[in-house]
Ligand binder design. Structure first.
Ligand code: HAM
Length: 425
């Protein structure tokens, strides 16, 4: 049997790449508007980075990482997410060295998690993420969320909702943590193995459990809002006020805890409401992670960001029947009428390319009809027909593939005539 792609990995074929290129171009456009600069961190990192950064209690670190020893016995992990790598780079390259400077970066790239496969959940998947490091003003939280919302808007998605919550600062979280442990401890034996392990490591994650979520004690669990200190309450109120300034609609969700350990204060998700998408409908997740840079031995640095799953974005666009413009086309397809005209056609192709005219031609000596079929397949705007009779008269035919009209032009003028029609400078 021929070798197939590894389970959870997939190919994006040439007839699908336009979707990715389209979304990526919109992402880059929006990031430029918000003054976020692209950062490219390695696809593999030292395993410790994720153990310390993402947290041992998370599913990502405890079950889902692609970890292996390299030939020098170093433990290496394929990145399961982008935030930890960005923070590592921030510390390693001292991007914090300027005072009162907000480092705003974005990334686009493959992430790897050994997860159960389903629609919109792969083992190699693509994230677009942003991180803003070095500022703690609540307006930054609102700016980051507005960037996510504007991407959704620009793509034309309508069936989405923004859910938001606060996990409070360290002090509030510690109090809440204690309350949760006290609440769940008496019956933790009836919970799944993951919850039993999480209760001590990170009890907030028990609230997130997909196995035990219907247990009555879940509904009765203490709520974070009741454990927030004044600073945390105040901070969150200001974030919400800034979202209101921007007219961004959101739903308060007190059970939103997120699956990574580094969060505090604001956490949020953008969810797709499209039916038939399966259980996993979160397009984007993010939040504040003040303390993560310190955890990685950098200076005390607040941070906030989010990441979108691009596969899920594309699925949502398709589910909402939003057409993704296919910008793949050639300006000119050259039709060669016989073997005798092939040489001229070949030279003409090169000349057009030298003049920035996108073109292609037949490579198989096919019949004229088949060549016109190819012209259609490549969405050719014009065809140039090179025939023996015309060549004798130093002429060629330009056919407008939209208007379905044709004109005979002098060979010497062919480039000029095409440029005129294509408005190439
Ligand atoms: P996350 O919630 O783990 O957050 O992932 C963000 C998004 O990546 C998800 O909402 C989902 O769309 C997509 N995603 C995650 N796993 C898969 C998968 N197996 N297949 C397809 N898509 C997937 C983070 O990764 C954080 N680093 C986000 C962040 C940045 N927080 C602050 N800054």
């Amino acid at each position: 049997m021929p070798i197939q792609s590894a389970k959870g990995a997939y190919d994006i074929l040439p007839n699908e790449t336009y979707k990715w290129q389209y979304i990526e171009s919109i992402i880059r456009e929006i990031c430029e508007l918000y003054n976020y600069k692209e950062i490219r961190t390695p696809i593999f990192e030292n395993t410790d980075l994720f153990v310390r950064g993402v947290g041992e209690s998370t599913d990502i670190v405890s079950k889902e990482m692609y970890t292996f020893l390299d030939k020098s016995e170093r433990s290496i992990t394929l990145r399961p997410e982008g935030t930890a790598g960005v923070c590592r780079a921030y510390v390693e390259h001292k991007l914090y060295s300027e005072l009162n400077y907000l480092t705003k970066v974005y990334y686009l790239g493959s992430m790897f998690r050994y997860e159960k496969m389903q629609k919109g959940r792969q083992r190699q998947f693509t994230q677009f993420g942003v991180e803003a490091l070095g500022g703690e003003d609540p307006s930054i939280d609102a700016e980051v969320i507005s960037l996510a919302v504007n991407l959704i808007k620009k793509l034309g998605l309508k069936e989405v909702k923004v859910a938001i919550n606060t996990l409070g600062d360290k002090e509030s979280r510690l109090k809440y943590r204690e309350a949760l442990i006290n609440h769940f401890k008496p019956e933790i034996d009836t919970f799944c193995g993951d919850c039993q392990r999480r209760l001590e490591l990170n009890p907030l994650r028990v609230l997130d459990c997909k196995v035990d979520h219907d247990k009555p004690s879940m509904a009765k669990a203490p709520k974070m809002v009741d454990y927030l200190n004044d600073y945390s309450k105040n901070f969150f109120e200001k974030v919400l006020k800034h979202l209101d300034y921007l007219g961004i609609e959101y739903v308060l969700d007190h059970n939103l805890v997120r699956g990574l350990d580094y969060y505090n204060h604001t956490v949020f998700e953008v969810m797709s409401k499209v039916e038939g998408f399966g259980a996993q409908t979160t397009l984007c997740g993010g939040g504040r992670y003040n303390g993560l840079v310190e955890e990685l031995e950098g200076p005390n640095t607040p941070g906030i960001g989010f990441a979108f799953g691009l596969e899920r974005l594309i699925l949502s666009l398709e589910a909402e029947n939003i057409a993704i413009p296919d910008q793949n086309f050639v300006d000119v397809y050259i039709v060669s009428m016989s073997e005798k005209t092939n040489e001229i056609a070949f030279k003409l192709q090169e000349e057009l390319r030298q003049n920035y005219i996108k073109c292609d031609k037949d490579y198989f000596n096919r019949k004229v009809k088949a060549q016109f079929k190819s012209a259609d397949r490549y969405n050719a705007r014009f065809t140039v027909v090179v025939g023996e009779e015309e060549l004798e008269n130093q002429k060629m035919i330009i056919k407008d593939m939209i208007a379905q009209t044709q004109e005979v032009v002098e060979i010497n003028n062919i480039v000029l005539e095409l440029k005129k029609r294509l408005e190439v400078k």
